[in-house]
Design a protein around this ligand. Structure first.
Ligand SMILES: Cc1cc2nc3c(=O)[nH]c(=O)nc-3n(C[C@H](O)[C@H](O)[C@H](O)COP(=O)(O)O)c2cc1C
Length: 162
């Protein structure tokens, strides 16, 4: 898919089909995330966790009485080490955005997730199950799967020209 078409077609998918994504697509999405810009080039301060284990996904779903990752069959957690420059959130957002666009280009549904991260961080049992390397903190979630439809809205942000 052409880049600008991909950008236009990306949307936050909140209804996923049960079917799991292909490993080959997952690898492309992860690779796209790794190609994102990261402040000071500190890629070693970033970590990606892929959760496809149904039991763990159900456990995470059970943390809230509302849907926090919309039963996406693949939940990616982007974690970062505090680099002392306060760039961990920005870096994780850059990695996540590349993943969302790659997923869109592959015809998959995707969503940027923040709420689920707060819930995971408050639950040590689930946090332990992520097996994060020492010093890493979950920052952003990305839900991936097949979308059951599309929902494209054109957004706008005010611009001033000087
Ligand atoms: C920093 C950030 C946090 C977000 N957190 C959530 C979330 O926890 N749950 C959710 O359903 N959507 C979340 N979203 C998705 C936004 O609601 C969505 O991108 C926005 O409404 C625009 O819609 P679109 O992505 O379909 O274009 C988040 C997006 C960003 C950038």
């Amino acid at each position: 898919m052409e880049l600008f078409e991909t950008i236009e077609k990306r949307f936050s998918n909140r209804k996923f089909l049960d079917e799991q994504i292909k490993d080959s697509d997952l690898e492309k999405i992860l690779k796209a995330g790794m190609q994102a810009p990261v402040g000071r080039g500190k890629y070693d301060d970033m970590h990606i966790t892929v959760i496809q284990n149904k039991d763990l996904l159900d456990e995470i779903s059970g943390l809230a009485d509302r849907s926090v990752f919309y039963k996406a069959p693949t939940l990616v957690i982007i974690s970062a080490k505090d680099d002392g420059y306060g760039l961990d959130k920005e870096n994780s957002a850059c990695v996540a955005t590349n993943m969302l666009l790659a997923a869109t280009a592959l015809g998959l549904g995707s969503i940027y997730l923040n709420l689920v991260i707060g819930l995971i961080k408050e639950n040590n049992t689930i946090l332990d199950k992520l097996h994060l390397p020492e010093g890493f903190v979950p920052i952003v979630g990305v839900g991936l799967g097949y979308a059951s439809g599309s929902h494209i809205v054109e957004h706008s942000i005010d611009v001033n020209y000087i």
